[in-house]
Every structure is written in C-alpha cells, then in structure tokens.
Design a protein around this ligand. Structure first.
Ligand code: GDP
Length: 426
C-alpha cells in the first residue's frame, strides 16, 4: 500500500474517519499529522460508535501502530479521556506513540480561545474553543511547550513561565480574568506528563524506518482543504495546514514518500462554523438533508452543533482536490441523496454578474451565487449495494458527472456509515 494521505477536499467532516478506518485494516501505521482535538472523526464498528478527536483512526486494529506526529496539538487530558473510553468499551488496548516533538495544548490556550470568542461576540470565528489557534500562535512565537520538555521539572517551570508572561497581562487587563499561577500549571502538566510517559517516543525515526522497510502508512488529515490557512477561506480557516503537502512535515517523512493522496468529499456539502458557503441550503430543504445526513443527522462530532448543509459544490471540490494534490477521491454519504427527485450540483459561480468556475478568495466568495446543473435522482436505497455496476444508472451518472467536474477519479464510494458499506470503483 505504501504511504498514503487521507485528507478532506472541503470544509471538514467529509467522512475521513470512516475511510481511514477502512484503509487501516491493511496498514502498519496510522498517523495524525496536524490539528488537535478540535474536530472529530466518527467511526462505527463492532464495538459501537466512536467520535475520535485526539486518537488516530487506527486504534481499533491491534496490529496498527498509531502515531501522533510532531505537527499535532496534543491535549493530554483529551487523549487520556479517549483512551479510557476505549478501555471502558472493551476495545483492545491500542498501540500508540506520541512524538516527543509534538507540543501540548495548555489549559490557558483553551481559556484564551474562549475569552476571545466571547469578546468577539457576533463577529466570532465559530472556534470550537479547544485552544487550537492560541496553541499554534504560541508555537510560532516559540513560547509553546514541547512534550520532551514535560519530563524535566526545571525546564518545564521555565517554559510555563515564558508561556504565561504575556498571557497573564492579557487575562487581567484585556479580559478581566484572574491570572494563572505558573507553579500550579507546572504541577498540573507534571502529573499529566507521567500519565503519557509510556507513549512518548521518537516517532520520526519510527516512521522513517517504517517507510524504508516498505511498511504501509496512512497519514490522516483533519478538517479539509478549504480550512487551510493559506489556501482556504481565510480567516474562517484553522490554524494548521490540513493539506497532504503538510503531511510529510507534520509526520516527519519525506514528501516523495507519499504516493497516494485520497481526498474525501461528501456527495453533498456540509460545513461547521462561520464563513462563506455558496451552495448552502436554508429552511425546510436544509432540515430534511440535515436529518437524513451522516449516521444520525448532520451534527458536529466535537460540538454537537447542527452542520450547515448544501448541494455538492464542484467548484470548491475541484479546487480542494487541486490544492490537496489528490490522486483519487473517496465519495461518502452517497446513500443520503436517495430521497431526491432531482439533485443540484454547483458547476460555477456568478460573482458581480460574471460567471467563473475558479474558486475565488474569501472577499469574492461572499458575493458568489451558485450556478446549478440538475441531475436526475435515483429514489432508491443503495446502502446494501457493494458493487459499482449494481448501483442504479442515475447514481452512476451522478458519480461520473462529479468525476468529470472535479477532474479526479472517484475510487472509493461510501454508501453508509458502517465499515463494510463501501464499494471500490475500478
Ligand atoms: P470526518 O471528520 O471527516 O471523519 O467526518 P465526521 O465523522 O465528522 O462526519 C462524517 C459523518 O458521516 C459521520 O456521522 C459518519 O458516521 C457519517 N458517514 C460516513 N460515511 C457515510 C456514508 O457513506 N453514509 C452515511 N449515511 N453516513 C456516513
């Protein structure tokens, strides 16, 4: 299988968890390379339904080495909580390694995220308030705390002091909140560190060796291309790059090691949080699609927030596939559209009277109106179908039209949330 990246072509929640879970069956390593516990992957399997936020999606296979790479924002509490959930639900203990170079999400990052969103009020970014933006800001400012620094108390105390110096000024004078005591925070981190010590490793060497030995590695992205700080709908983006191009950086393997880039997209669109969303549906049409979508309606795996829903956007998805460098696409949730007589696909945007098929910057995107092409619906339940040629011809037309519009072949098609509800299009 080699090295492959499973990444989002859109706004996140495309169903990457399910696709990674499927691919993990034949993998030696499943690696998280960016982001933190600010998004969730929903996985349904023999043990039940799980929303993974911090752990890689390979944790349900005892043979898989699950790696949290240097690029990840590690919230130790969330990690321990998720491991405990697996134990409580009788999932065999997973093999887990956390990079000594990854950095830690501090409680003050979560506080700062919350205070700032509250300050912004109606103008807030729709942050999940898990501290991700302040975490990556501190990393860039070089005042973050690396996992390797957790195990020397003096070093840790020094780093905590650095991290708190300006924040305490901001807490007191900017947000009217109490100061954080560096001694107390050092103690908290010191105790948390002891609980993850057994997992901490030089994951870069581990993965480099695995790659050289020809082992199969799945790099698991979080969120999607349109949330990338450089290529996405800035400022409604996340704070680390969810692109396959960053996977080699965030995991620690050579860029040329990655030979397959699987961009995951839903057969319709969903988006959590703020920002322009051109094909968005409102009112009862949105309600119907939201209730039928996903495994139990379209509600955020981390926040429970209702997801914004809309029709498939070929302009956004072609762009998403391009910036991901997708070699193939996994199309999920195709079963959900089975209730429709006709299915719209956005094939272009009208912006200030001009038609374009290029995905523009956020400034222009806010003025974009979708241009729809109507596809016939199939009005059938396709969840039990396992072969592409057994799908109704209207369903195949829908898939093939999407392929044509986004310029990337669809290889995997998901027709339900369960592990086996998947078909391979040759
Ligand atoms: P991720 O973050 O990209 O892994 O996506 P999420 O897990 O947040 O959202 C995907 C949702 O779609 C979850 O509720 C999944 O259980 C569900 N899901 C995935 N594939 C399918 C599918 O083919 N059909 C249906 N009906 N639900 C799916």
């Amino acid at each position: 299988m080699g090295v492959m990246a499973v990444v989002g072509a859109n706004w996140g929640d495309e169903g990457k968890g399910k696709i990674t879970d499927y691919l993990a069956h034949d993998a030696n390593f499943v690696v998280r390379f960016q982001g933190g516990s600010n998004a969730g992957h929903t996985i349904l399997n023999a043990w039940g339904k799980f929303a993974l936020h911090a752990l890689p999606s390979g944790v349900f296979y005892p043979h898989v080495h699950n790696v949290i790479g240097p690029g990840v924002a590690v919230n130790i509490k969330d990690l321990l909580r998720e491991l405990a959930t697996l134990r409580e639900r009788a999932v065999p203990t997973p093999q887990l390694r956390v990079s000594e170079r990854a950095q830690v999400v501090l409680p003050v990052h979560v506080q700062l995220d919350r205070y700032e969103e509250e300050r912004l009020g109606a103008n807030q970014f729709g942050s999940t308030r898990t501290g991700i933006a302040p975490f990556y800001a501190d990393k860039a400012l070089k005042i973050g705390v690396q996992i390797s620094e957790l195990f020397s108390k003096n070093r840790l105390r020094e780093r905590v002091e650095r991290a708190l110096a300006l924040k305490n000024v901001l807490f007191v004078y900017g947000y009217n909140q109490p100061m954080v005591d560096p001694d107390a925070l050092t103690e908290t981190l010191w105790h948390e560190a002891a609980q993850i010590a057994d997992y901490v490793a030089d994951t870069t060497t581990l993965l480099q060796n695995g790659w050289r030995d020809g082992q199969s590695i799945v790099l698991e992205g979080q969120l999607g291309a349109l949330r990338d700080p450089d290529h996405g709908i800035y400022p409604f983006t996340t704070s680390s790059s969810p692109l396959a191009g960053f996977a080699s950086v965030g995991a620690g393997i050579p860029p040329y090691a990655i030979t397959r880039i699987i961009a995951v997209t839903k057969a319709y669109s969903t988006c959590v949080g703020a920002g322009p969303f051109v094909t968005e549906l409102l009112g009862s049409d949105a309600e119907t699609l939201r209730e039928r979508g996903g495994d139990a309606g379209e509600y955020g795996a981390t926040t429970g927030r209702p997801r914004r829903v809309g029709w498939f956007d070929a302009v956004a998805t072609r762009y998403g596939c391009a910036v991901q460098g997708a070699t193939e696409v996994a199309l999920t949730n195709l079963d959900v559209l089975g209730y429709l007589e006709e299915i719209p696909i956005a094939v272009g945007y009208r912006i200030d009277g001009k038609v374009t098929t290029q995905f523009p910057t956020t400034t222009q995107l806010t003025a974009a109106q979708p241009i729809f092409e109507m596809m016939p619906g199939w009005r059938t339940d396709i969840r039990a179908i396992r072969r592409y040629h057994n799908l109704p011809s209207a369903t195949r037309h829908y898939v093939e039209r999407i392929e044509e519009l986004i310029g990337t072949p669809v290889h995997l098609i998901s027709v339900g949330p369960e592990r086996e509800q998947l078909l391979v299009k040759e």
